[in-house]
Design a protein around this ligand. Structure first.
Ligand code: NAD
Ligand code: UDP
Length: 313
């Protein structure tokens, strides 16, 4: 297969490029390096069938490919709120460009949507048939509503133009190759604990998230692309739910840090609870996560230690 991975130099994209190359695909990694970096994929340049391209998906592009894994979009609130207008352009114009390409070259296209389409959910755990509770004018809406439009575009190109589409809704994912300054909670907590700095909890720390290890999520994405006759959306995530405070305590324990845990003001529209119902993924993809948080955090801490130039323990 000739595969295009948009956002391929990012956290998830770099793991996906690696997996596809190992499986024997030809891979074009396309990125504008806004929140990704060449260092994430430099180790892949030894593969003959790997190509790295700088391109912004807000501009159209024509490539001969069979599969499009469409990941390009900043995913950390810090990054997607830095230039919110650009974020929404990436989700809307970028997805139109990728769908136009898929239509023209008859490629199958997969969108990495997000649990954020459920907003601050009133249904718990979240099932795919829940329409969500999103503030359309809030600070998170450039991302949430952008992804909701991207899903809408996917389904309309499918119905109107018979494009072969796949949608996965990914829940909070963590692991090696998250940037030190990524700004999401797992990287923030690991980096702070390793540096002996305070772990900052936004709000009361009782909000929950369900954290999935990157390898599990990549496996689900690959399965979703390969399965026949399923557009989705399908939730992929780890249903083990933790409060942010529990995550902070676990990170301090695993790193053996003497860092304090401190409180900071809550972020606007921060979802209170989040946990995926993965019945559909279990049934149609034969998939469920294998890596527990304690395990995955341990592996991630090893990576952050190296990134920070600390000696391994
Ligand atoms: P990331 O920020 O590390 O990766 C995104 C990549 O897209 C970066 O390499 C960035 O430079 C690139 N990019 C951004 N705008 C672009 C543009 N206009 N043109 C070209 N490239 C562009 O984030 P990630 O965690 O790897 O997320 C990847 C995808 O998965 C995103 O679509 C995100 O919405 C989705 N997702 C991730 C999570 C998660 O927890 N990691 C959860 C839900 C959904
Ligand atoms: N959070 C926190 N401290 C941090 C970063 C995040 O308490 O340093 C909280 C944040 O308010 C949210 C949760 O951790 O409740 C997850 O935040 P993240 O940015 O990782 O992802 P989100 O699920 O909000 O997109």
């Amino acid at each position: 297969m000739r595969a295009l991975v948009t956002g391929g130099a990012g956290f998830l994209g770099s793991h996906l490029c690696e997996r596809l190359l190992k499986d024997g695909d030809e891979v074009i990694c396309l990125d504008n390096y806004f929140s990704g970096r060449r260092a994430n994929v430099l180790h892949l340049r030894d593969y003959d069938n790997f190509e790295l391209m700088r391109h912004d998906i807000v501009e159209p592009i024509l490539l001969e490919v069979d599969r499009i894994y469409h990941l390009a979009c900043p995913a950390s609130p810090v990054h997607y709120q830095y230039n919110p207008v650009k974020t929404i352009k990436t989700s809307v114009m970028g997805t139109i460009n990728m769908l136009g390409l898929a239509k023209r070259v008859r490629a199958r296209i997969l969108l990495t949507s997000t649990s954020e389409v459920y907003g601050d959910p009133e249904v718990h755990p979240q099932t795919e048939d829940y329409w969500g509770h999103v503030n359309p004018i809030g600070e998170r809406s450039c991302y949430d509503e952008g992804k909701r439009v991207a899903e809408c575009l996917m389904m309309n190109y499918h119905r109107q133009n018979k494009v072969d589409v796949r949608i996965v809704r990914i829940f909070n994912t963590y692991g090696p190759r998250m940037a030190i300054n990524d700004g999401r909670v797992v990287s923030n907590f690991c980096v702070a604990a390793l540096k002996g700095e305070p772990l900052e909890i936004y709000g009361d720390g009782q909000q929950t998230r369900s954290f999935a290890y990157v390898d599990d999520i990549i496996d689900a994405i690959v399965r979703m692309m390969r399965v026949e006759g399923l557009t989705g959306p399908v939730n992929i995530g780890n249903p083990d739910e933790f409060t942010v405070e529990e995550l902070a305590r676990l990170t301090v324990e695993i790193t053996g840090s003497s860092s304090q845990i401190v409180r900071r003001p809550a972020r606007a529209d921060d979802p209170v609870r989040r946990k995926p119902d993965i019945t559909l993924a279990r049934k149609h993809l034969g998939w469920e996560p294998k890596v527990a948080l304690r395990d995955g955090l341990g592996r991630s801490v090893g990576y952050f230690r190296k990134e920070l130039g600390l000696t391994p323990v």
